[in-house]
Design a binder for this molecule. Structure first.
Ligand code: PLP
Length: 804
């Protein structure tokens, strides 16, 4: 058993045998997708040996386990990652090569598992990789979406959304587990009566029952035997759940629960559907954990000693009332005991301070869809109010912080009240939570709040996606940084080494050529690999200020057109970003980028000095070739708005210089590398707060003061870029008639100046390389291994599992 990855010959034999067995064809006759499937299955089966052993060891040793509840896991591709983590990549590659098959072709066939929108979902994926690689028993719990986040196409310069059929070839990594299926109940009413012991008996009589079936994916770590599980729930029709007359309706209702990552929530139907999704994966996941806990311990008294649940943002916060429901209704705990167990189990991570992103549900929705859960939320709210006003004498805080107000359920408030830990995701973000956004809660629960600065897995984002740099690092400082990324610090000794600086620039050039080839192949645009690659890759959002970047480009364009003696160091401005389908402003910015690109790239005066490129369909696989080819990392959000950012860390680790504001984790990046080795500009978070508080900012004054700004802003509405007067009107209006909410004009001159500095830096290649090397050397802190160790020690209280 399991000799197939011992050596090339055994691998080849097994591979060929499986192809014949499965498809009745020889290796030569097999289609390339069949080869991909077989390789995937072999890797999965290989991982399964440790998978099963892991479950047994964890149960036998009664190890505490953590479950990461997240609506999103942006996993990307897994074949390379799994082969590498299992240490069998070379054998597979060489074996396939001897059979005449390039492994890269198989790797490229895999679809990204795009079960998420952006940073929040990618964080969850990085965490799973770190958990397994640190031998920590931690699992993911999510939904098995039929379609991932939409694919982005650009048609006539505009974003068009196309369904992402990531399952069309099947998902080789998943194993369907029907025996662990559970029912999830919605709607209906609640019956209550008095039991013989005088306690209330509560029965939820649902109007909709959905069968939740888990699909498990093994999560393997690097060089470890522990294999964890990502459990994805799929909604299916339950037996006898309804009468035949409404069968079609019922089937549709069930199907749509798992259809999309983020259903359109601009309609009432869409909102209720999202709430349904949330309860669906929460209830299925929790009931399953309880069952498994009961089979090991036969009691729930010790539940919080053996189970930790991390709530990734407010999306899974229904975990709190649902656990209360299970403990009280199904296991007869009284309120106080149930509340202790629940609070000690749950911990909540906040990801945003944008008020429009803090989830609130109309009370009516929750009451109709989840009548029993709603009763419990009401009781949580009632007891909280009593505690704060009566026990603490702080009725002043009561109304601010309660769960039910203005006809809505405030999910973040429920999360804070029902958890023992509330964490922000970067030092500045946590500070803002404590001192501003959640100040009242911080007064009530000063000890609940803590910081866990985000991280990225250095395995995917450095070792596997940038082997050129990884090899150079190994040659310079030895291999220790691979298992212990903090050892990247060892590079500090060599940052002045001229040979290393040169070798680093060569590696960067190789990566730039790979990206340039991709751009040539997919977009038919030639870019100059000797130009500065300036990259802004992230979701499109007003607060991330892609528009500020575009405004600087337009300004440079005008100035070069006007003054033939003004020329910049050649620069390629690269954008990659998806806009939410209903976010019209963001879509306008994407359109503007394309119009500006058309103008600039086709102007022979200017195009030798600058090109503008928009890479469509930004996702994990694009990020893997984009981040490591960048010279400049654009992290220019309005200070105070970006909770952490993780893209900034990926760029840093691959030797790009941060051009950014003092926002999110940029602050900690600068702390590590020093102000000399980042290009920081603009208003600070407290400046922004002051400007807003004192209401002193006037966008028109900025506009009138600066002729360059004026010209740029006017270009949105004159016919510089588009002859259609409707185009970019919204951008103009957002800026000029909402007093520039995100302070683009306020930061424009500082940004333009910072861009000038970047250029000066780049002219001195040795100093530039030194700065990049310092960034790499200091990036170990931003490995998610460090983040996960902190969660494990300070929140979850779990330790590495000894598999022997
Ligand atoms: C890292 C990553 C993000 C997060 O980027 P930010 O710049 O931190 O917003 C989003 N999407 C993908 C595909 C990523 O890999």
């Amino acid at each position: 058993m399991a000799n197939e990855f011992k050596n090339k010959n055994e691998f080849k034999e097994e591979f060929q045998r499986r192809i014949i067995e499965r498809y009745g064809r020889s290796f030569e006759q097999a289609h390339i997708t069949e080869k991909y499937m077989i390789l995937g299955e072999m890797v999965r089966d290989y991982a399964s040996i440790h998978w099963n052993a892991s479950k047994n060891v964890v149960a036998e040793k009664q190890e505490k386990q953590m479950y990461y509840f997240s609506m999103e896991f942006l996993m990307g591709r897994l074949l390379t990652n799994n082969l590498m983590n299992l240490g069998i990549y070379e054998i597979a590659k060489e074996g396939l090569a001897e059979l005449g098959q390039d492994i890269n072709e198989l790797e490229d066939l895999e679809s990204d598992a795009g079960l998420g929108n952006g940073g929040l979902g990618r964080l969850a994926a990085c965490f799973l990789d770190s958990l397994a690689s640190l031998n920590l028993a931690g699992h993911g719990n999510c939904i098995r979406y039929e379609y991932g986040l939409f694919k982005q196409k650009i048609v006539n310069n505009e974003q068009v959304e196309v369904p992402d059929q990531w399952l069309s070839l099947g998902n080789v990594w998943e194993v369907r587990k029907p025996k662990h299926a559970v029912n999830v109940n919605f709607g209906g009413h609640v019956d209550m009566w008095m039991g013989e012991d005088g306690k209330a008996i509560v029965k939820h009589v649902p109007s909709l029952i959905v069968r939740a079936v888990p699909y498990d994916m093994p999560i393997v770590g690097q060089n470890t035997n522990l294999t964890n599980t990502l459990r994805l729930w799929s909604a299916e029709v339950a037996d006898d759940a309804c009468d035949a007359s409404s069968l079609n309706e019922y089937v549709n209702e069930v199907r749509e629960i798992c259809r999309n990552v983020y259903p359109d929530d601009s309609t009432e139907h869409g909102k209720i559907l999202r709430l349904k999704q949330q309860y669906f994966f929460v209830a299925a996941g929790l009931n399953n954990i309880i069952e498994s806990h009961m089979s090991t311990y036969h009691t729930l008294d010790n539940f919080s000693e053996k189970v930790a649940i991390q709530l990734n943002d407010t999306h899974p916060v229904l975990c709190i009332p649902e656990l209360m429901r299970i403990l009280m209704d199904d296991y007869k705990y009284d309120w106080d005991q149930a509340w202790d167990i629940t609070k000690n189990t749950m911990a909540y991570t906040n990801h945003t301070v944008l008020s429009e992103a803090l989830e609130k549900w109309p009370i009516q929705y929750v009451q109709d869809l989840l009548p029993r859960v709603f009763m419990i939320i009401e009781e949580i709210d009632r007891r909280f109010k009593y505690e704060v006003s009566h026990d603490m004498g702080r009725s002043d805080l009561m109304n601010e912080c309660c769960v039910l107000k203005d006809g809505q359920v405030h999910m973040a408030n429920l999360a804070i009240i029902g958890s023992h830990s509330v964490n922000g995701v970067a030092a500045l973000h946590t500070k803002i939570l404590k001192e501003d956004v959640m100040k009242n809660f911080h007064d009530i629960y000063p000890n609940k709040f803590n910081n866990k600065t985000n991280g990225i897995t250095h395995r995917r984002w450095l070792l596997y996606s940038n082997p050129q740099l990884s090899n150079l690092l190994e040659k310079t400082i030895g291999p220790d940084f691979k298992a212990n990324p903090e050892r990247l610090q060892d590079l500090m000794k060599y940052v002045d080494d001229k040979d290393l600086q040169k070798e680093f620039m060569d590696v960067k050039m190789e990566r730039k050529k790979i990206l340039a080839a991709y751009i040539k192949e997919t977009l038919h645009i030639d870019i100059d690999v000797n130009s500065i690659f300036d990259v802004q890759a992230k979701r499109l959002h007003a607060y991330k200020r892609q528009l500020l970047n575009v405004m600087n480009i337009i300004d440079l364009y005008f100035r070069m057109k006007q003054d033939p003696s003004f020329r910049i160091y050649p620069r390629t401005f690269i954008f990659a970003a998806k806009a939410a389908p209903s976010y019209t402003f963001a879509k306008e910015v994407i359109k503007l980028i394309h119009y500006v690109a058309d103008k600039v790239n086709n102007d022979s005066d200017v195009s030798p000095y600058m090109k503008v490129v928009f890479i469509p369909n930004y996702g994990v696989s694009i990020a893997e070739i984009l981040m490591n080819a960048a010279d400049v990392s654009e992290q220019i959000s309005t200070a105070g708005k970006e909770a952490s950012g993780t893209g900034n860390m990926k760029f840093m680790m691959n030797g790009a210089i941060t051009l950014g504001t003092m926002d999110g984790a940029n602050v900690e990046i600068v702390e590590k590398v020093g102000y000399d080795h980042a290009e920081i500009f603009g208003l600070r978070a407290d400046d922004v707060a002051l400007v807003k508080h004192e209401n002193t900012y006037d966008v028109w004054r900025k506009y009138n003061e600066n002729a360059n700004i004026q010209k740029v802003v006017n270009s949105f509405v004159d016919s510089t870029f588009s002859n259609d007067p409707k185009d970019f009107k919204q951008i103009y209006n957002e800026l000029m008639f909402k007093n520039d909410e995100y302070l683009l004009l306020a930061d424009f001159e500082a940004y333009s100046h910072a861009q000038k500095n970047i250029e000066e830096r780049y002219r001195n290649k040795e100093e530039w390389a030194k700065t990049c090397l310092i960034n790499i050397a200091q990036s170990g802190y931003f490995s998610s291994d460090r983040t996960i160790k902190q969660y494990a020690d300070e929140i979850w209280n779990i330790e590495p599992v000894n598999m022997k």
